[in-house]
Design a protein around this ligand. Structure first.
Ligand SMILES: *Cc1c(COP(=O)(O)O)cnc(C)c1O
Length: 371
């Protein structure tokens, strides 16, 4: 590959497979419903599903994502976290053998209003145990379950809930949510599914017939103070670019919009071809780390749409053409997210469409496939 002058994203599929194995090691008795909503957290829905062929099932947010997986030949069970909102979407679930999450009673009304039978439909009934987002509350749960079982068959309903604060180890909310879930479901011999990534890692008592991780499959940690590599996770996505120019600044000269950073010494700056137009967050301050040919250097001044500046004064050997890592291998996205006062999920989801994705499979040496 010629040295590109625009950013690219490198996707390490071996890391994805290794992270799934890490989930299995942490939850050895559970099946894994791999969460691949939002284009697999920006990694590419179909390729991620194909690479995770050993997952027991997949979860997406919307019915269109489920249809795309079926059309691509994915055969595992597919849960649709938002389920159906009208008859047409309900029909699509049946046609494509998708399993809707039933999160509110109006979906059951819709189901019952359909004249025909839904004998082949399997659903996940979601109990709201305290997150107060999607989910049927405890008072409505028994009748919701009875209606679904009457309509679909006793074994066609699986149970789930979602944890609001599983990434916070010192609060009691997770224990409370698990206790309510158990109080409502302990008599029921139906499949159960609770744990997101944080719970897979930190709340083994939440591992049931299934676990339901997203973030950690991509090698990223849900805990701000413990990046993925510390948890034996390997980042799948590495966001890269190159230096396209070098500039010398005298002491007192500033760089970028708003002149927010001023040189204190004779400085050598590198201009990296990447900006917020590519999905790098504009919110990060001067001092945020960038790797240039593996050296940790500080970003200086404001991030602009197509370019950002780094201080390479201490590394005279780097220059135009040097490789920049903005996050990923060697520089966890968690670190950049914290600097941007956001979470790693948003950074991965927001990589711009203009940034090409390049697949890397270590098994095949340096082979790279442009998507
Ligand atoms: C996104 C999502 C998950 C996965 O959460 P991670 O923190 O990425 O592991 C699990 N369950 C539901 C309902 C979700 O919306």
């Amino acid at each position: 590959m010629n040295a590109p002058t625009a950013p690219w994203v490198q996707l390490n599929w071996d890391a994805l497979v290794a992270n799934l194995q890490r989930v299995r090691a942490l939850a050895p008795r559970a099946k894994v419903l791999a969460v691949i909503k939002a284009n697999a957290y920006g990694h590419g829905l179909i390729r991620v599903a194909q690479t995770l062929h050993e997952a027991d099932g997949f979860a997406v947010a919307r019915v269109e994502e489920g249809i795309a997986l079926r059309r691509a030949g994915i055969l595992q069970r597919i849960a649709v976290l938002q389920g159906f909102g009208d008859r047409e979407q309900l029909k699509a679930h049946q046609t494509y053998r998708l399993e809707p999450v039933i999160h509110s009673v109006h979906q059951i009304d819709l189901l019952e209003a359909e004249g025909e039978s839904h004998q082949s439909l399997r659903v996940w009934l979601k109990l709201d145990t305290g997150m107060h987002r999607l989910g049927v509350d405890a008072a409505a749960f028994p009748s919701a379950l009875a209606r679904l079982q009457r309509r679909l068959g006793a074994k066609a309903v699986a149970l789930m809930t979602h944890l609001a604060r599983a990434d916070e180890l010192e609060v009691s909310d997770t224990g409370d949510q698990l206790a309510l879930f158990d109080r409502m479901t302990y008599k029921l011999t139906l499949e159960k599914n609770i744990a997101n990534s944080a719970a897979v890692l930190a709340w083994p008592e939440s591992h049931r017939d299934w676990v339901r991780p997203g973030l950690m499959l991509y090698g990223v940690s849900p805990f701000p103070d413990r990046p993925g590599p510390q948890l034996n996770l390997t980042p799948v996505m590495t966001f890269k670019s190159r230096l396209i120019a070098v500039k010398f600044l005298s002491p007192g000269a500033s760089v970028g919009y708003g002149a927010t950073w001023t040189a204190r010494r004779p400085s050598r700056l590198g201009l990296v071809a990447a900006g917020y137009g590519d999905g790098y967050p504009r919110e990060v301050p001067s001092g945020t780390l960038v790797l240039i040919d593996g050296h940790r250097v500080p970003l200086v001044g404001r991030v602009s749409m197509d370019v950002l500046s780094v201080d390479i004064t201490d590394f005279p050997q780097v220059g135009v053409g040097s490789e920049a890592t903005l996050w990923g291998e060697g520089l966890p996205v968690e670190v950049i997210a914290q600097k941007a006062e956001t979470i790693p999920y948003t950074l991965m989801c927001r990589v711009a469409a203009r940034v090409p994705m390049i697949e890397v499979q270590a098994n095949y040496g340096a082979r790279e496939n442009r998507l």
